[in-house]
Design a protein. Structure first.
Lengths: 359, 225
């Protein structure tokens, strides 16, 4: 299953030029800073930008190129940032709008998966932001799409609503057996939702691949902003330390703990560790308060010219990578070089409950 | 005081109703085009549409008289096709009234369509609705307040019309003698009692219509589906 794109679009002085074969399956994050062209690319894929030139094809169908297939005939689902529910219809009316045109028989499944039952009789203007997005997702799923495009559906929501909406989005690919392309500028959403990611910067493709690999690559810093830079590691829950209220885990055979969380022993977690939360020592440190120390070897060392900082990519074993951001002065003082064995001091860890997909 | 002759009132209502329906049919596509086009000709069309707002009705009526005259191209074609003249006829009045009230239909509709914007139409396209489908089932219902406002204003404006009717229609009972003309004539012949009665009826009718519309409009928006 695949989506191949080779397009060009100039709009108000902004130039979008992307050539990429999307490997679809699960959720693919389309990631980049604001203004990188993510939403625009999604609009081109769906046929909403008539000014785009080039080719778009999905599976064996040409959507743009030799012919142009209008949006209504592409079999895509699109969830807009602002939901775009029809205000002249109630929630059930919005859902039926889709069913009438697709003949979908999924109504029950969609209502159940997204918990829409209590909302059905409500007026659209009476819904909260998160409820609106759930209805919008439901409406889109009722068109029986073959590819679901989501354009920052959580951008307008506060943190609590995001946290509530995330699990609904995460279960879509499996529940309805359809690939999702998910636009976001949040690393947190990428690590919590996506299996693969495609990174855009300045209207161009910067990188693409599995989330963990792509996020750990240093050149992503440009797209995500220095302070968002970080890495994703896989951890297994080993036990709960009830006396000190800590959850004990293992990452690549090394111990790691975090404030107690309600996770089962044996569960696999994805941890996100920001580069700036990782400090480096050349000997195993003693007499410091930081408990999480991972042994690793420097794979790459990149000095950032014109700044005080340098970034390190560490191999911590088990094909896992950790990224650190320290000062250039520290690099010089400690005499760090590629290939050195070092200790990474991890100041803070955030995680996602979702187990890793296989493979 | 004798009961006034109500035929002119009835004729005014008929004229206003036919004109409003006719305007809905031609004004809606025009307003949609104006709201969505990027064509350079748009300001010209907008200016032409707004002309009746600034021109004295007599000027419009004068041009209509010339255009409708059986000696002109349009008037001649009409007479050859139908056997009757456009001037001093009900049909002529409808055409003239429609143009005279065009801005009252097109401007509220255009604003309403612009307020709907591209968003819902794009959403409809992603939900597999074709262009016509999306227009009738999304844009039009979402712009329903504009439709209602345009229809009421066109209706009211046509009821209150005087100058254009006088120029194009004259004063033929049952054909072109609408209520404003009838009142004018009664005042001319100093029949104040009849003028009072018709004026009062028109005042009450107009106020009731507008009150009804504003009351309906104030209520929670109508839900469909």
């Amino acid at each position: 299953m695949g989506l191949s794109v080779d397009i060009k679009l100039v709009l108000d002085g902004f130039r979008l030029e992307v050539s990429h074969a999307f490997e679809l399956g699960g959720i693919t994050a389309l990631f980049g800073a604001s203004g990188a062209g993510k939403s625009l690319l999604l609009r081109v894929i769906s046929g909403l930008e008539s000014g785009a030139t080039g080719q778009v094809s999905f599976e064996n169908e040409v959507w743009q190129g030799a012919r142009f297939v209008p949006t209504a005939k592409r079999g895509i689902g699109y969830v807009f940032q602002d939901a775009r529910l029809f205000e002249h219809l109630d929630v059930a009316g919005n859902l039926r709008f889709a069913v009438r045109r697709s003949g979908s028989d999924r109504m029950e499944a969609v209502v159940k998966t997204l918990d829409l039952q209590p909302l059905l009789g409500r007026r659209v203007s009476m819904l909260s932001g998160g409820e609106k997005q759930r209805v919008a997702m439901g409406r889109t799923l009722l068109t029986n799409p073959r590819l679901l495009l989501m354009d920052e559906p959580m951008a307008a929501l506060d943190h609590a609503r995001k946290t509530r909406l995330l699990p609904y989005i995460a279960r879509l690919p499996e529940a309805f057996g359809l690939p999702v392309i998910y636009v976001t500028h949040s690393v947190e959403e990428v690590t919590r939702l996506a299996d693969r990611m495609v990174v855009l910067a300045g209207g161009k493709l910067l990188a693409a691949g599995r989330v963990a690999d792509t996020l750990a690559r240093l050149d992503i810093a440009e797209a995500s902003g220095k302070f968002e830079a970080g890495s994703v590691v896989r951890a297994v829950v080993m036990g709960q330390n009830t006396a000190y209220r800590l959850t004990e885990m293992q990452v690549a055979g090394q111990g790691l703990s975090m404030p107690a969380s309600a996770v089962e022993i044996g569960a696999e977690l994805r941890l996100r560790i920001r580069a700036r939360d990782v400090a480096i020592a050349v000997r195993r440190p003693e007499g410091v308060s930081i408990r999480n120390v991972l042994k690793g070897r420097i794979l790459e060392l990149m000095q950032e010219p014109e700044t005080a900082f340098a970034e390190l990519l560490l191999d911590i074993g088990g094909e896992q990578r950790l990224r650190a951001r320290i000062t250039r002065a520290s690099v010089a003082e400690l005499g760090l070089a590629t290939g050195d064995d070092v200790f990474a001091l991890v100041k803070s860890v955030s995680f996602d409950r979702r187990a890793l997909p296989k493979g | 005081m004798s009961w006034p002759d109500l035929a002119p009132l009835w004729l005014s209502i008929q004229l206003a109703a036919v004109t409003t329906v006719f305007l809905l049919l031609i004004g809606t596509p025009l307003a949609w085009w104006l709201a969505t086009t990027k064509a350079r000709i748009r300001p010209f069309i907008e200016a032409i549409t707004a002309l009746p707002l600034v021109l004295p009705p007599t000027v419009l009526g004068f041009y209509f008289l010339i255009l409708f005259s059986p000696n002109s191209t349009l008037g001649g074609l009409w007479r050859d096709a139908t056997g009757s003249a456009l001037t001093f006829s009900f049909t002529g009045l409808v055409l003239a009234s429609a143009l005279y009230s065009l801005p009252f239909m097109v401007q509220p509709l255009q604003s309403a369509f612009e307020a709907v914007g591209r968003g819902p139409m794009e959403a409809a396209a992603t939900l597999r609705a074709g262009k016509l489908d999306a227009f009738f089932n999304v844009a039009l219902p979402m712009a329903r307040r504009g439709v209602l406002t345009g229809a009421v204003l066109s209706f009211a404006h046509t009821i209150g019309e005087f100058g254009v009717v006088l120029m194009v229609g004259g004063n033929i009972p049952g054909q072109t003698r609408v209520i404003s003309i009838a009142i004018y004539e009664q005042v001319e012949v100093l029949d104040y009692a009849q003028a009072h009665a018709l004026s009062a009826i028109l005042l009450v009718f107009s106020f009731t219509t507008l009150l009804l519309v504003y009351t309906l409009n104030r209520r929670a928006p109508v839900r469909v589906g």
